[in-house]
Design a protein around this ligand. Sequence first.
Ligand code: GLY
Length: 355
Amino acid sequence: MSIIRVNLGAKSYNIEIAAGLLDTAGEKIRSISKAQRAAVISDSNVDALYGKRLQAALAGSGFKVTRIVFPAGEKSKCLAELAKIYDRLAEAGITRSDLVVALGGGVTGDLGGFAAATFLRGVDYVQIPTSLLAQIDSSVGGKVAVDLPAGKNLVGNFYQPKLVLIDTMLLKTLPVRFLHDGLAEAIKYGCIRDRALFEKIAAMRDDDELLENIGGIVERCCAIKAEIVEHDEFDTGERMVLNFGHTIGHAVEKCSNYESFTHGEAVGIGMLLLTRQTELFGLTERETAAAIYDVLKKYNLPVDADYGNEELLKAAGMDKKKSGSSITLVILKNIGTSFLQKTNWQDLPEYIKRG
Ligand code: GLY
């Protein structure tokens, strides 16, 4: 097992990573909480797979457990579903000294975390992420949110968990498309901070070898994220490097109405398209985009989306720009080294250009 400490003063916590952690979650959580009750929040898919196991593990350590289940899918990350969760937390008699456990992927972590951040003005919570994307990104760093009809993550907070438990065995039930979806974010960590990680992912023979080595990959990604969050908890500087590929990625997701592309797939396209342009401008070393293209192809991740430049720019918010304002782009110097560049909105079309 490996333990990564996220050092945030009084808000510090551990990320524990091992295969098979789910069944020992009761003891692990008992070691950081005196709660009598635990409310486990998960979606209908994850609850069916793991809800009872986690309930048994928690009950074995003396927690009185209530399972709160919402319908699987991004559509549930909304105020209406949040209101139902508040009602269930109240019915279960959750007090400020009790605990919320978010068991699931990114939607569950964001929704369950936001419920924990706001119910009774804040209840302790633990993240048990079940998707690769959640294990290496959304469960770490305390970003919690729900969507509004006007856009994703428009209501949220920074609210750090008390513990993150990552059981890499859970990835074995993840459909391959979602394994690769998460892998796109792992490739992103390699791009922005760690050439060796990028090369390790690129060198895997196949998905079997990838899964055999996934613990080390998750560990490295979490260590990078922990370090970045420690330096910039509230996302006003360094943490923005985590957005590499996300300006175009979010635009691709929006153009597809959040249907044709997963988040990781869209980010992969974003990393590649931006890096092609920055290579042309001499900001990025040659062959960097080719290396990204090869690794995306290797894992059947898309390398382009059929949207015009104007459409992408509009989706990236270009139509709403205020004159004189700028956007911060994350640009690679090479694989493993990134930097932030404030870019005027009027120059954005040069960076968002499909070839
Ligand atoms: N997912 C990016 C961040 O946590 O800042």
